[in-house]
Design a protein around this ligand. Structure first.
Ligand code: C5P
Length: 225
């Protein structure tokens, strides 16, 4: 049976609120995402905090720059001991390759099309061949250049697994147990993400903004079974 792991996004502004959340999720969630919100406020101390609580870190800083710069950032992320980092595959094959060549490095998870995009938004951003094809193209480029996993919406997951095989690691944000009517346009439920073949689901607000984050995480884990 295919297993889907929950990554909770620590999208908080302070170490204190991040630690509160870690404590509430203790025993349930072991994998945490640190993104630009917490990292710009607290820096590497946020990574240390998760490690101190025995958790694994996905450092989601969505790198997108010239190859040499991104390679330097990934090298520094490796020194922090994070499990994985994200890079925008639209940064190009050379950028991904420069990072993949690092001897000691975290897993490279390549972002295709953000889950906040719908067809119209992507078209306006200049991508003229539609979400499905853009995701396919970027995933193929990233995997050929050495990416270890692909970040996409669960809606594109099945097609990517079909094309690249069941061994492809898929990381899917845009998870909504219930519709929230927010910025995530290509959102699905945890169960639908698992059925589509997601290896990791990334969940932020449905846990963080819940009255009882532990209960919200437990319900999501139940849905993943
Ligand atoms: O609150 P919500 O569940 O929308 O949080 C999703 C998290 O996943 C956010 O931290 C967001 O930055 C991140 N993410 C995303 N789409 C991607 C990659 C990461 O929403 N393609």
């Amino acid at each position: 049976m295919h297993k889907t792991e929950l990554i909770a996004a620590l999208d908080t502004d302070t170490l204190k609120s991040a630690e509160n959340l870690l404590k509430k999720l203790e025993g349930r969630v072991k994998f945490f995402k640190i993104g630009s919100v917490l990292f710009t406020a607290e820096g590497p101390a946020a990574v240390d905090l998760v490690h101190k609580h025995g958790g694994k870190v996905f450092l989601d800083l969505k790198f997108h720059d010239i190859p040499n710069t991104v390679k330097g950032a990934v090298r520094n992320a490796a020194a922090m001991g994070v499990y994985s980092v994200s890079l925008h595959l639209s940064g190009g094959a050379e950028m991904v390759k420069a990072c993949a060549e690092l001897e000691k490095r975290p897993k490279l998870w390549g972002i295709t099309v953000l889950t906040s995009f719908d067809e119209y938004g992507l078209f306006r951003a200049g991508y003229r061949c539609g979400i499905a094809k853009t995701v396919r193209n970027l995933a193929a480029l990233g995997l050929a250049a050495g990416a270890d996993g692909v970040v996409c919406s669960p809606l594109e997951a099945a097609a990517l697994k079909k094309e690249h095989g069941p061994g492809l690691k898929l990381i899917t944000p845009g998870i909504r147990p219930q519709s929230r009517g927010d910025d995530q346009k290509r959102a699905v439920t945890p169960a639908a993400a698992r059925e589509a073949g997601s290896d990791f689901i990334v969940v932020g607000r449905p846990i963080i903004a819940a009255e009882d984050p532990a209960e919200a995480a437990a319900a999501i884990l139940e849905d993943l079974k």
